[in-house]
Design a protein around this ligand. Structure first.
Ligand SMILES: Nc1nc2c(c(=O)[nH]1)N[C@@H](CN(C=O)c1ccc(C(=O)N[C@@H](CCC(=O)O)C(=O)O)cc1)CN2
Length: 283
């Protein structure tokens, strides 16, 4: 049986590290500030934002949420972002996704000052990642890299397969694995032979958003399997993109869903905000 990579425990460890760093900053008067913008009433977003605020308060950040109604117009959202860009107490800005239909998500993300981009989604920071300039990295793939490290898996020289090519997970994930010297393949909905690709991967990151699409029998014996998927089944059960039980029989290490990558997404947001706050005093 595979080693279980406990994202909940590792996220708690990261929160502890951030809390210690915040205490060390206290004598300088710098209190990292994270502001979350939520638009509309998507129930999942409300839960995620509550979690992010709870984490921020726990580590000692200045934590603020702006909740705009679903009817908020694009100029209203942009005006709020502009106000936060200009506020010296705000070091990190996060606009919770998805935004309501009709709002131009790209325009909103581009309006965030890249130096306050807690999610690492601004095109400047996406470019920075692609050429190895330091800066905030998207939280989910950054969390996956930390999970790999904690599981003792160095991607260097390994074949890594990322299943999924979204802007917030798949693409940055591939870049980060490349930066860690893995040989990276990205599979997606048009990939001709997914089982064969999975069977070659020493490190498998599944982020396609389809319940148990990746069958356990496809997994290479000894592979490290990271499941980013979060799919709610009709009965309410949450499952990943990988058939967990069958994959765990072949993998050397695997993340569960829930309790794997999800908690790390929240934890890495704290790391990004701390770094943005530190960088603000160097300007
Ligand atoms: N601005 C952003 N929007 C969104 C992001 C993001 O990184 N930035 N990611 C997702 C949602 N998300 C954070 O915002 C997120 C999703 C899930 C979890 C999590 O801890 N999941 C739990 C299970 C929760 C459950 O039972 O439903 C787990 O996996 O254990 C954290 C954060 C989209 N939007």
């Amino acid at each position: 049986m595979a080693q279980l990579i406990d994202g909940k425990a590792i996220a708690a460890q990261v929160r502890g590290e951030v809390a210690r760093a915040v205490k060390e900053l206290a004598p300088t008067g710098l209190v990292p500030g994270l502001t979350v913008v939520r638009v509309g009433d998507d129930p999942a977003s409300a839960v995620y934002v509550r979690g992010k605020r709870k984490d921020s308060e726990e580590v000692g950040f200045r934590s603020v949420e702006h909740h705009l109604p679903a009817t908020a117009t694009q100029p209203e959202i942009l005006a709020l972002v502009a106000k936060l860009n200009a506020d010296p107490l705000v070091h990190g800005i996060l606009v919770q996704l998805p935004l309501p239909k009709g709002v131009d998500e790209r325009a909103v993300l581009e309006a965030i000052d890249p130096r306050k981009d807690a999610d690492g989604f601004h095109p400047y920071n996406v470019g920075a990642l692609s050429i190895g300039i330091p800066g905030p990295r998207p939280c989910t793939p950054a969390g996956v890299m930390r999970l790999l490290r904690e599981a003792g898996c160095d991607p260097k020289g390994k074949r890594a397969l990322v299943v999924g090519r979204s802007n917030i997970v798949g693409k940055p994930m591939a870049m980060m694995l490349l930066e860690a010297h893995a040989t990276v393949t990205v599979a997606h909905s048009r990939t001709a032979d997914l089982p064969a690709e999975v069977g070659r991967a020493d490190v498998l990151v599944a982020a396609i958003g389809k319940a148990e699409l990746v069958k356990g029998a496809w997994v290479k014996p000894g592979a490290v399997v990271i499941d980013v998927g979060m799919n709610r089944l009709a009965g309410g059960k949450l499952v990943g993109d990988v058939e967990f039980a069958a994959a765990a029989e072949r993998a050397s290490a695997i993340t569960p869903v829930p309790g794997g990558v999800g908690p790390m997404t929240r934890a890495m947001l704290l790391v990004n905000t701390l770094e943005l706050a530190r960088a603000s005093v160097r300007r």
